[in-house]
Design a protein around this ligand. Sequence first.
Ligand SMILES: *[C@@H]1O[C@H](CO)[C@@H](O)[C@H](O)[C@H]1NC(C)=O
Ligand SMILES: *[C@@H]1O[C@H](CO)[C@@H](O)[C@H](O)[C@H]1NC(C)=O
Ligand SMILES: *[C@@H]1O[C@H](CO)[C@@H](O)[C@H](O)[C@H]1NC(C)=O
Ligand SMILES: *[C@@H]1O[C@H](CO)[C@@H](O)[C@H](O)[C@H]1NC(C)=O
Length: 521
Amino acid sequence: MRSSRSVALSGVVLVAISLLSCSHEAVVSDIYYGVSNYSFPEDFIFGVSTAAFQIEGAWNEGGKGESIWDTYVHEHPEYTPDKSNGDIAADSYHKFKEDVQLIKALGVKYYRLSISWPRLLPNGTSNNISTDGARYYRNLFEELLKANITPIVTLFHWDMPTPFMDLGGWSNPVIVDYFVDYARVAFNLYGDIIKTWTTINEPHQHCYQGYGADYFAPAIKSHGVGEYLCAHYLILSHAKAYHLYEKEFKPHQKGKVGITLDAFMGIPKDPRNFEDVLAVRSYLQIHFDLYAHPIFSAEGDYPTFVRQRINNMSLAQGFARSRLPYFTAEEVKIIRGSSDFFGLNHYTTYLMSPSEMEFSWSIPSMDHDAQVRMEQDPHWEKPGTEWLSVYPEGFRKLLNYVSDNYGREIPIIVTENGVGDKGQLKDYDRISYFNKYLYQLLLAIHEDNCNIIGYFAWTLMDDFEWSDGYLSKFGLYKVDFDSPERTRTPKLSVSSYRNIVQTRRINFDRYKPLPNKLNHF
Ligand SMILES: *[C@@H]1O[C@H](CO)[C@@H](O)[C@H](O)[C@H]1NC(C)=O
Ligand SMILES: *[C@@H]1O[C@H](CO)[C@@H](O)[C@H](O)[C@H]1NC(C)=O
Ligand SMILES: *[C@@H]1O[C@H](CO)[C@@H](O)[C@H](O)[C@H]1NC(C)=O
Ligand SMILES: *[C@@H]1O[C@H](CO)[C@@H](O)[C@H](O)[C@H]1NC(C)=O
């Protein structure tokens, strides 16, 4: 085993080599051994994330109404490859006390979870608050606090009450007021003990995959129109909920409200080709800054490039108006600055190059508007899910992208990051993924001066991974979905993550598979 002193030295040399190299494939710089030379700040927030629909189950208990995910997977049992649904999931609704102990065993002091909107408001509307639903979250939050774990609560993690979807969901402007009503109920019920809220999780994935495509519920398939309507009213809903809290709750509850955005990072397929560099910019602006810019930039509103591109495309396609709606001047003002922190979910990176059309695109569509071809380097490891290749350097680049574009004043909280496995308990690939991605985060803090204050691993336990059903396993704890008890078993990554949380450093050598030849002994 090499000492950490030699780690630091050879690290410097190898990074220098990889900076000189122009190609992403040329150098595999191994900076990941020994104990990390950098450590996480004393007050760094370590946590773990889940989402209501993915773990709770109890889909029709306690007066819960249906969400679009209940309705969609019930009506389309073929949707998931294992023909599964969220009816029972990990049964966390009944097992939440045990789950709090699992979180405690991880050594983290923070837990990011979401409230199921239709569990709290069976019809979506605030005239009918479910007593059981309200009590469930109260008990859960109190159980967490008793274990010295701070809950960070998301209001919307994709489970829209079905009655609202029947009215168009996020594409109907009236949703804005109904979402604010829901936020008011939650702030009223729990604001005494919940001090950090996020309004909405991953609006981009939700709108792009659910309104644009049919990869996620509600599977509208309104490419290029529905996805922008969804984005537009969702951003407004977020901002209005933020201001509700600012005005009516913050003065006495003294908490914070933010939003969580998602981003794949892009790198030019050929870094020497300026067209590829521009493709990365186009992708990030249309898929990420579309959401980030109205909220986090100094000037507000959609980015100029995005506005021009979609206007141009809409005009050329014969639309009577831009497919991207306009915010009024007043709305631009309300949205700008409406987040106390930058919640960021990140999983993987793509190689990007320009393309006018790809086989899988529709016209119009967000993909066609961005004009970017995306692929992954076959050399990158792919330990679990098909879409997730390991490229840790992309994480640091993304953190820098956010910091460069939206400033270093706004604290960044990485609200999700993780990788799937194939069901094994010795999840060395996950350990390696967390180690490497967290090391890139350390570099972003210490060398790039990015203001990153927290990190949440996705996810506490194996769960319903949306269109993958139960086949994708992202949990630190394994869940036996064949047993009625939904037995939880710690994977090796539980010890490894706990070790990082406790030592504030990454030990790259401690949890490694034995070299093959040693396995004979
Ligand atoms: C830690 O290692 C990185 C390379 O991984 C290097 O850039 C940095 O200078 C090192 N820092 C210290 C304090 O040795
Ligand atoms: C309120 O929700 C409960 C539980 O789902 C339902 O039984 C009841 O009909 C609802 N009441 C109204 C007024 O919609
Ligand atoms: C409210 O939700 C409950 C439970 O899902 C349902 O039985 C009832 O019909 C709903 N009421 C309205 C007014 O939609
Ligand atoms: C939009 O079209 C105008 C006029 O043809 C052109 O100058 C501009 O570069 C285009 N912008 C984008 C982002 O496509």
